[in-house]
Ligand binder design. Structure first.
Ligand code: GTP
Length: 308
């Protein structure tokens, strides 16, 4: 178990809360709730790694609490271990069928409770690590395309619900094939890492930067106006320019630059996020065709707005 992991114990008996807390608090952060209702609130607010849930409680019992936890996206993935004095296999079966990770019988034995909690926290740790690996581009450590796809869908729905605007930048390194041909793939990889660092530095926690594939990146900026987003795009271009990555290849030479296609929209329920992506990506295509090293922004009124 690690210090950072947390366990929420839900039990109506104060003495049980104290006993379990004493068993665990040397190894994990322990949070306590004395009713199902309070437990659900704390689970939503603090998102513990594991919940220990008493079955028999007045008002809302453990099964009802479990059912509500499972039906809310904020708590549905948190593993739950039932704790009960009931010596009845049908209750154990019901708990497991509801999705409980484990079932501990009272009286509680410190070593057994600790061992089971340790085991389930280890599984949580492994699951989180796998989720992280599945969402990260290993070369640049940015979010990968899969993560971008998940985030755009969430942000698209948020923007519809809040009637907010959303901006998307699609960024592609210019003439990267020439750079690779000149200096080799390994040096090309270092350029991708440097460009990724520049983009991440410009965005920080204002949005998501992802490597969409190859030498193409995307930046998603929730609640940003077109002007603010174009300013981010400008700073990204300037940042890449400041890297001063020069190349000379056969009869051409130059410096690593990027082209940017962008779009800003307040989505409505009948719009699709794919069309939004295509609008920004289309602008990137036009930027490439019309000389590269520039920003083109999608504008529904004019065909496109040339920014730089
Ligand atoms: N080093 C390295 N190169 C990559 C990676 N992924 C894609 N590339 C290279 O990126 C280059 C993309 O070439 P093109 O699609 O012709 O694009 P470009 O030369 O940048 O031309 P424009 O996009 O028109 O400016 C190819 O040489 C790919 O091998 C990668 O992970 N590492």
């Amino acid at each position: 178990m690690t210090e950072e992991q947390s366990v929420l114990v839900i039990d109506d008996e104060k003495i049980n809360l104290k006993i379990i807390s004493d068993m665990l608090n040397d190894e994990v952060v322990v949070m306590l709730a004395k009713s199902g209702e309070q437990g659900i609130r704390k689970a939503m607010e603090y998102k513990p790694d594991l919940i220990l849930l008493d079955v028999v409680m007045p008002e809302m019992d453990g099964f009802e609490t479990m059912s509500l936890l499972r039906h809310d996206v904020r708590t549905s993935a948190i593993p739950v271990i039932f704790i009960t004095a009931l010596n009845d296999s049908s209750h154990e079966e019901k708990a497991l069928l509801m999705g409980a990770s484990d079932y501990i019988q009272k009286p509680l034995h410190t070593n057994i409770v600790q061992a089971r909690v340790r085991l389930h926290l280890q599984l949580v740790k492994q699951r989180k690590m796998l989720e992280k690996l599945a969402n990260i581009d290993p070369l640049t450590s940015l979010a990968n395309r899969r993560k971008y796809q998940n985030v755009i869908e969430q942000e698209w729905q948020n923007a519809i619900a809040n009637q907010a605007s959303l901006s998307l930048l699609v960024i592609d390194i210019d003439n990267f094939k020439q750079y690779n041909d000149c200096y080799g793939h390994a040096t090309g990889d270092k350029v991708l890492q440097q460009v990724a660092t520049v983009l991440a530095k410009q965005v920080l926690d204002k949005g998501l930067v992802a490597r969409y594939g190859g030498e193409e990146f995307v930046i998603l900026l929730p609640s940003h106006s077109q002007e603010e987003s174009i300013e981010v795009a400008r700073r990204c271009m300037q940042g890449v320019g400041s890297l001063n990555l020069a190349y000379t290849h056969q009869n051409c030479s130059g410096k690593v630059t990027v082209s940017v296609g962008g779009a800003t929209k307040s989505p409505s329920p009948h719009c699709r996020s794919e069309d939004f992506f295509n609008a920004a990506d289309g602008m990137l295509g036009l930027a490439k065709k019309s000389g590269k090293n520039k920003i083109l922004w999608h504008s529904p009124s004019n065909l496109h707005a040339v920014v730089e």
